[in-house]
Design a protein around this ligand. Structure first.
Ligand code: BGC
Length: 549
């Protein structure tokens, strides 16, 4: 593999593997590292440049692995470090880079540091690695503040000896104290540990929340909400977090080629370049398309703004239509009125407001959602910047909404409680074959039940069809490699508000019809289309790629 190309990430197609739900080699119902290795030929054939693995570390799975009990090991249910090395070797042999997830805002409550902190008691150095405080009210029985966790419910929990600890996510995810040098040193060790094992880059979880100003008196929730997010907010997107990343950058740059990093930072758009600068993490996620409707004006604005933003930091932007935290895009685009959560992200509501189809969910337009998803994907894969794909989207999978409450695992479901269906519906194990106990995922069972309709979306079923979504992704990714060029595009006026038309400098042209009326286009040089294209028009809700004249 090319080890000297330091810019591979700029326009890479990165495929997100959610390890527990990808492929299960040992048949225990949970996907594993050996399963990923066994599917390297599939990944190579797909034509991606890198995989990003969601956490595979030892974890009690209170938050799907984002509660890490040991940052420098593999969960025994998923394999061993030797399995990990074999997987990296197999991926590298196919020229596929490996990106791993680093979760630095919080550990698992099972992490030896947290167990030590609980045992050591108030005022101890072990407690100082986390954020412990005395409570308020008589006997300190009330939490230090009224802050809320991102998953709902209070952001503090009480230790047996009466002190309270901060957890911005689940109770089982205590926040680390980034003012403690031991915490900083330990993460540098972790970054080196995986870099030395050949990992090419890192995805940094909740990158905007590590450093905190916990000086007394602590503000109330209302006060926090009213504070500007200008770099001095006590909890979110503080300027001093970049001192951490400046140190990490030195670590990354001590490798050849330098290790890459991408920030998961939900911050004001204007502050994204701070994370994407070469001196910091080098790239930051742009999640705008996760919140957008399938609409030309929104797509055009998002593309223009994000290309400018990335250019201002010298980075490249990232396009994301689906990931492990959101409703799959085929489903989002098939819902009549996507419900939105407090942050504006599409959410599925519980109770009588079921919006998904499949018997229980009559309001999902399955075919329409998939048609629009394919058009959006083809549009996005032609853009300058890197494209992050989420496992299963290449099969056109819909969200699995018909999970029984008893099968759900996501803490957002339990902490809402039950009001937010949570993220399990996009995390159901992949179908590889038409039939079989777990559609080829493993032996018989899968840790989240797969619906009957998974068989027809399986890799096996889709490989048989020239117009399947899998075939579309394979062709698009192969062409994308050939056509990739300077990171620029030029908009062409299509003469219609619902049609976007752009050219890349090498003559690669893209026409996306977001409307329902056919768009006349008299070109014989169409190389790829998201749907069947009759001569002379781009049908509604379709994208076509044209070769240079
Ligand atoms: C991850 C989530 C996770 C959260 C807490 C995120 O942003 O993508 O899956 O629940 O961080 O670690």
């Amino acid at each position: 593999m090319t080890t000297t190309d330091a810019t591979w990430w700029r326009q890479a197609a990165v495929y997100q593997v959610y390890p527990r739900s990808f492929a299960d080699a040992d048949g225990d119902g949970i996907g594993d590292i050996a399963g990923i290795t066994s599917r390297v030929p599939y990944l190579a054939r797909l034509g991606i440049d890198a995989v990003w693995l969601s956490p595979f570390y030892p974890s009690a799975l209170a938050d799907g692995g984002y509660d890490v009990a040991d940052y420098r090991d593999v969960d025994p249910r998923l394999g061993t470090l030797e399995d990990f090395d074999a997987m990296v070797a197999a991926l590298h042999a196919q020229d596929i880079r490996v990106v791993v997830d680093i979760v630095p805002n919080h550990t698992s409550d099972q992490h030896e540091w947290f167990q030590e902190a609980l045992a050591a008691g108030p005022g101890s150095p072990a407690r100082d690695r986390y954020i412990f405080r005395e409570g308020t009210g008589p006997g300190g029985a009330e939490a230090p503040t009224d802050w809320e966790s991102a998953f709902g419910g209070p952001a503090w929990d009480r230790a047996a000896d009466g002190q309270w600890y901060l957890h911005n996510f689940a109770v089982e995810q205590p926040d680390l104290n980034w003012a403690n040098p031991e915490v900083r040193d330990d993460f540098v060790r972790t970054l080196r540990f995986w870099s030395d094992r050949g990992v090419d880059g890192f995805r940094i979880d909740v990158a905007h929340m590590l450093t905190k100003d916990m000086s007394e008196p602590l503000p109330s929730r209302a006060e926090l909400d009213a504070m500007p997010r200008d770099g001095a907010h006590p909890l979110i997107d503080r300027d001093d977090v970049h001192e951490v990343y400046a140190e990490w950058r030195q670590v990354f740059n001590s490798y050849d080629p330098p290790r890459t990093a991408v920030a998961e930072a939900w911050v004001d758009r204007a502050r994204i370049p701070l994370y994407a600068r070469a001196e910091s993490l080098g790239q930051a996620f742009n999640f705008d398309l996760l919140e957008a409707d399938f609409a030309a004006d929104q797509f055009r604005r998002i593309v223009t703004e994000n290309l400018e933003l990335a250019a201002s930091s010298g980075s490249s932007t990232t396009w994301v239509l689906s990931n492990h935290d959101v409703v799959r895009h085929a489903t989002r685009y098939g819902l009549p009125h996507p419900e939105r959560d407090a942050d504006g992200r599409p959410a599925l509501k519980h109770g009588n407001e079921w919006l998904l189809s499949g018997g229980r969910q009559p309001r999902l337009d399955r075919a329409g959602g998939l048609r629009r998803a394919r058009a959006a994907t083809l549009f996005v894969l032609a853009l300058p910047g890197s494209a992050y794909l989420y496992q299963g989207e290449e099969l056109g999978l819909h969200e699995v909404a018909e999970l029984d409450d008893a099968d759900r695992q996501d803490p957002t479901f339990f902490r809402s409680p039950g009001q937010d269906l949570g993220r399990d519906g996009c995390r159901v194990p992949l179908p590889w074959t038409r039939t079989g106990g777990s559609f080829g995922f493993g032996a018989d069972g899968a840790h989240l039940p797969q619906p009957a309709w998974f068989g027809q979306c399986s890799v096996e079923a889709e490989e048989e069809h020239h117009d399947s979504t899998l075939t579309l992704y394979r062709r698009a990714l192969a062409l994308r490699r050939e056509l990739q060029s300077v990171e620029q595009l030029t908009w062409i006026d299509a003469g219609r508000a619902d049609v976007l038309w752009f050219e890349r400098p090498n003559g690669w042209t893209v026409v996306a019809n977001f409307g329902t009326e056919p768009f006349p286009l008299d070109r014989a040089d169409i190389v790829l289309a998201s749907t069947d294209v009759p001569i002379g028009v781009v049908p509604g809700e379709s994208t076509v790629w044209l070769a240079s004249r």
